[in-house]
Design a protein around this ligand. Structure first.
Ligand code: ATP
Ligand code: PMV
Length: 193
């Protein structure tokens, strides 16, 4: 049997729609390189299976354009049905095969996501929030949708989490490079150890 690979550092990112989770986590991966760091999306296995079952365009579901928004409510419901019996279902699938020392999870949404990673990797897990003004999110294409923006998928981590870092991703905030400095240093050290 292959021995399970233990990451040295697990960074769990969360944030609202269009806060820039993908942008920030891709920046981290570019800085660390693909040998040291992988970006894991809990929604990737969900979208993969949902696309297959419904004959949809997976690449567009994975992208940042408007296509996926047409199916978001349906995907949330579909995923929640699977999570109901097994809250770690997508966490397990998303992390399967990850071999790098630094795991960056780009889309934690629920307390059960945090609980799963903390139970599996208690010493390695850190939580990072990406926060962005509604004005900036609107400029990036967001508009409030009842049933989505007021539901667990978007609000599950609004309270009850003591984030290790909060990154502000607005044009008038300090640069991302500057805000991510401590995280990058920690990740670089984890990559060397
Ligand atoms: N700091 C930034 N500078 C320039 N563009 C940005 C920045 N942050 C995010 N964006 C852009 O805003 C859009 C939304 O960002 P991104 O896809 O990273 O957000 P997200 O939180 O992953 O959103 P969603 O979950 O709704 O897909 C993308 O087109 C992205 O390129
Ligand atoms: C269905 C869902 O996984 C969509 C996530 O899409 P995205 O990370 O915003 O691209 C959200 C959820 O699981 O609640």
């Amino acid at each position: 049997m292959t021995e399970a690979v233990q990451p040295k550092l697990v960074l769990l990112f969360s944030g609202k729609r269009k806060s820039g989770k993908d942008h920030v986590t891709e920046l981290i991966q570019r800085r660390l390189g693909p040998e040291v760091c992988c970006v894991l999306r809990l929604s990737a296995p969900l979208k993969q299976q949902f696309a297959q079952e419904h004959g949809l365009d997976l690449q567009q579901l994975l992208g940042s354009g408007p296509y996926k928004e047409k199916f978001r409510a349906q995907m949330i419901l579909w995923g929640e049905t699977r999570r109901h019996d097994d809250p770690g279902f997508f966490c397990r699938l998303a992390t399967r095969g990850a071999r790098q020392p630094v795991w960056v999870v780009s889309d934690a949404r629920r307390l059960s996501d945090l609980q799963w990673f903390r139970s599996q990797f208690p010493a390695q897990t850190r939580c990072v929030r990406v926060q962005t003004s509604d004005q900036t999110r609107t400029q990036r294409g967001w508009s409030f949708t009842a049933g989505i923006d007021d539901a667990e998928s978007e609000c599950g981590l609004d309270s009850g989490v003591d984030f290790d870092w909060i990154i502000t991703n607005d044009a008038d905030a300090p640069s991302l490079e500057e805000q991510l400095q401590t995280i990058l240093q920690l990740a670089e050290a984890a990559g060397r150890s």
